[in-house]
Design a protein around this ligand. Structure first.
Ligand code: 5GP
Ligand code: MN
Length: 338
């Protein structure tokens, strides 16, 4: 945002407004952390604020302050539609194409509200009047912190806002280990802790509430399903809906598992395919120069970041994997490059 826009946004937020916050399909820690962090900030300014998700999200995020107020569009479409229609401002968090919010995108696209995108993914679409967008930001939560600071309201950051923003920064940086973690990230974390954020407890709430099924599904995935293709420095695995059922799959149970494939010595490209709601959802991760955003966009109708992206396939699981394996020779040189 340029100084003129910052001034405009300050003026816009200086009087109570009807505000809707939306985030991407199958929200993760950064999606919910940034949405609820912004929610807890905006209610302090006396705005009327509603957070709408396109569908449900993992239960390890249900403790986030404000969670009870979240409206799931897939369950309460009518209520959500009327809130979107009445909104003065719609914040679009952690996504940059209306396709990422599925049917909710039609409502947001046709609304007369001012759209404000806060996001850190590559190649944003042009649908928002205001954009706080940086691919250098480790997370959307980092950008929400920046917005609060730009508004001159850093002092308003309290435990609730801090807990939300910490969650997204922690999950999107793989607990502060990905190269996206910068000195700025750590400075923000320091101010969140100073504001009362319960940092150690948050790690506990997010990572130590595993069900038996989740851990056994992980064991099965790595023990029985993982395939390593040394020639392409690639490792991948897949899970069918039958396999998910066998381990009493709950939303979020496979989040992050693709990173185990990437952690294998010599592997630079990891993929995970999971059958959900009649389609195959894909997750891609890479280390170094291989660009999985490009790969996901080109071959699996998806996108994301250079080293972490996702997409989908409408083929059967078998054909999706066949397609994936058949693509690898094309990228052999790239995959073997440092
Ligand atoms: P994950 O593999 O954890 O689902 O997603 C990795 C990254 O890619 C996240 O930043 C996520 O927002 C993005 N992503 C996942 N699925 C899709 C998709 O279908 N389309 C786009 N554009 N981005 C995706
Ligand atoms: Mn994010």
């Amino acid at each position: 945002m340029n100084p003129k826009e910052i001034k405009e946004v300050k003026a816009l937020l200086s009087k109570p407004k009807n505000i809707v916050i939306v985030t991407h399909w199958s929200p993760d820690g950064d999606a919910m952390g940034s949405s609820l962090g912004l929610y807890n900030y905006l209610i302090k300014l006396d705005h009327k604020v509603n957070v709408i998700t396109p569908n449900d999200y993992p239960s390890f995020l249900f403790w986030l302050p404000g969670n009870k107020k979240v409206i799931d569009f897939s369950k309460k479409a009518k209520a959500a539609k009327s809130l979107v229609a009445k909104a003065d401002i719609i914040f679009c968090l952690d996504f940059n194409s209306l396709k990422r919010i599925e049917k909710l995108g039609d409502e947001v696209g046709r609304s007369n509200a001012i759209r404000f995108m806060i996001d850190h993914h590559l190649q944003p679409d042009d649908f928002a009047k205001y954009m706080l967008h940086s691919i250098k930001a480790c997370s959307t939560c980092e950008l929400v912190f920046e917005l609060i600071q730009l508004m001159g309201h850093k002092k308003l950051i309290d435990k609730n806002i801090g807990n939300c923003l910490y969650t997204g920064i922690m999950t999107d940086t793989g607990s502060f280990r990905f190269p996206s973690t910068t000195a700025t990230t750590h400075k923000i974390i320091a101010s969140l802790i100073e504001a009362g954020t319960e940092n150690a407890e948050i790690h506990n709430r997010i990572y130590d509430g595993n069900s038996e099924g989740k851990i056994k599904l992980l064991g099965f995935s790595l023990g029985e399903k993982l395939k390593v293709l040394k020639e392409y420095k690639t490792a991948y695995f897949n899970l069918t809906s039958d396999e998910l059922d066998r381990y009493s799959y709950q939303k979020g149970d496979t989040e992050g598992v693709v990173n185990y494939a990437l952690s294998i010595d010599g592997v630079r490209f990891a993929a995970f395919f999971v059958e959900r709601d009649g389609i195959i959802k894909t997750s891609f991760r890479s280390q170094g120069s291989f660009d999985v955003n490009m790969f996901a966009r080109k071959h699996f109708s998806g996108g994301g970041h250079k080293n972490a992206a996702g997409g989908m396939s409408e083929l059967s699981m078998e054909n999706t994997i066949r397609k994936f394996e058949a693509l690898l020779p094309e990228y052999k040189t790239q995959l073997n490059r440092k």
